[in-house]
Write a protein that binds this ligand. Structure first.
Ligand code: COA
Length: 479
């Protein structure tokens, strides 16, 4: 992969312009509530308000959101669900590229965009316009965190270097998603599947006989966004002690590797012998130098596999994941009708079973094919046998319990109508999730300029004329 040189001239120009406008900016103090009387630990007295009525976890935190596509927006959407005021900056007339990608409803923001940008406010600013830079400087002064996932060097080229930001607001945390951390690939652009491949997931996913596979779960993008959110919250916590911001970096390769850590565990185990829980061991196929793909083998010490259920011939999701957990082996034998396996030395111990897993799962499958995945789930769970139905996205979308917990939420959008989104997967007992629809492009521009940044209405007209918040007029450009 070729290295892209950062454009130093562009960056220097941006920096100089930003410094100049910084001097003009009025001082904007964030309204702060007086701190309640602290106890010996420096904490306020426990609130006497009922749980769920003491505000939201991240209330009072303001995020300057420069993210786009998926990884960064996942992070800032979660922070917004937790109560942060997320101000998404988008290019006038263009916006986040995903607004128009994979559109299902003509002229409406796509689900790609709407499902990743809920509960945020949108302001349009041309970050390369002089007036736009001035507005951004005010935002930097009034926000706690800047989050971005531009290609390497892009933020610097806007003049928003760490040095400039830190000087403008020493308390600001600057959080970035990049494809790679420092090293040979640090200047490369990266998308989801590149990260899955570079982070060790693809080489260990799929069937041994087939090519590497990427997973449907977006572990490179959404996974890294989650990592970044934890980094931001930790930096906010440290700032309470230090009073200063810091840089937070979540590289997609690192995030994927973190999620694939059991495979790095297995890589090291290989030096001490074959991986006995992989079905390849039972099949007598030798291991190579690297961790192989393991099909549907379970990653832990409890062997598992996917087995067919009733209707599998026509329903691609009529399957069950079945785990032969050692402590419930006796129950498994009774339920599937093989009681002699309980005492037969060929089957009675986990070690004895390892070379026979293929045959054992074939017998279990014979049994599960007589019932639906839901019937099988009910039956096995009565005996505490761990298993799970393979749920299609249709089944998940229709699952009432996920709606009840707020994990799947229906929201109403002014141009596209009702749509389903994933709500907050993390539940806090004292902080209800704030899940709202995504904003239209620039929907909150004037509101933020006046109410957050203190611009007067007369100044707004001037800003509009400068081209800082509106798309260039194409008819004028053509004339
Ligand atoms: N006003 C003016 N210009 C703006 C702007 C605004 N409000 N917002 C963005 N831009 C400009 C940037 O300054 C940049 O310009 P420059 O390259 O001339 O300096 C340009 O838009 C494009 O930004 P970039 O991030 O390079 O977008 P891209 O479409 O070329 O690349 C990615 C997309 C995702 C590959 C790249 O952003 C990336 O690698 N990001 C880090 C890893 C990541 O998050 N990947 C997963 C994405 S889900």
């Amino acid at each position: 992969m070729a290295k892209k040189k950062p454009n130093k001239a562009k960056a220097a120009k941006g920096k100089a312009a930003a410094k100049k406008s910084a001097r003009k900016v009025v001082k904007l103090a964030r309204a702060k509530k007086p701190a309640k009387k602290a106890n010996g630990n420096g904490l306020p007295k426990p609130s006497s308000k009922p749980y769920g009525q003491a505000g939201l976890a991240l209330q009072g935190v303001r995020i300057l959101d420069f993210t786009h596509v998926q990884s960064g927006p996942t992070c800032t959407q979660l922070l917004a669900y937790m109560g942060a005021d997320v101000i998404k900056v988008e290019r006038p007339g263009v916006g986040d590229i995903t607004r128009g990608q994979l559109r299902d409803v003509p002229n409406a923001d796509s689900l790609y965009f709407t499902m990743l940008n809920g509960s945020k406010r949108s302001i349009t600013i041309d970050s390369k316009n002089a007036k736009g830079k001035e507005i951004l400087e005010r935002l930097i002064k009034t926000c706690d965190v800047l989050v971005e996932n531009f290609a390497p060097g892009a933020l610097d080229r806007m003049g928003l270097t760490w040095e400039y930001i830190h000087k403008t607001n020493p308390r600001m945390i600057v959080a970035s998603v990049k494809g790679f951390g420092p090293g040979p690939y640090e200047d490369c652009k990266v998308y989801e599947n590149v990260a899955q491949c570079a982070g060790g997931s693809a080489s260990t996913t799929g069937f041994r006989e087939g090519p590497p596979l990427v997973t449907g779960a977006q572990i490179g993008d959404s996974g890294t966004g989650l990592h970044l959110a934890l980094g931001i919250v930790s930096a906010l916590y440290q700032r309470i002690r230090t009073g200063r911001g810091q840089k937070v970096l979540a590289a997609m390769q690192d995030g994927v590797l973190n999620l694939a850590r059991v495979k790095l565990r297995d890589q090291q185990r290989l030096a001490h012998g074959p991986l006995t829980e992989y079905s390849q061991y039972g099949e007598g196929i030798p291991f190579g130098v690297a961790v192989p793909r393991a099909g549907n083998d379970s990653g832990g010490g409890q062997p598992g596999w996917i087995v067919k259920c009733k209707g599998w011939e026509s329903d691609p999701d009529a399957y069950l994941y079945f785990i032969t957990q050692a402590p419930v082996w006796q129950a498994i034998c009774d339920v599937i009708g093989e009681p002699t396996w309980k005492t037969d030395p060929e089957y009675a111990t986990p070690k004895a079973r390892l070379p026979k897993l293929k045959q054992i799962f074939a017998r279990i499958e014979q049994f599960t094919m007589t019932m639906t995945k839901f019937e099988a789930m009910e039956l096995f769970n009565k005996h505490d046998i761990p298993c799970g139905p393979i749920l299609s996205m249709k089944e998940i979308a229709e699952e009432q319990s996920l709606r009840t917990t707020g994990t799947v939420v229906e929201v109403d959008h002014p141009t596209r109508g009702k749509y389903l989104t994933v709500g907050n997967p993390i539940k806090l007992s004292d902080s209800p999730a704030d899940v709202r629809r995504s904003p239209l492009l620039g929907e909150h521009t004037e509101e933020i300029l006046t109410k957050v940044l203190g611009y007067k209405l007369s100044e707004i007209a001037e800003i509009k004329n400068s081209g800082a918040i509106t798309a260039p007029d194409k008819s004028k450009a053509a004339a």
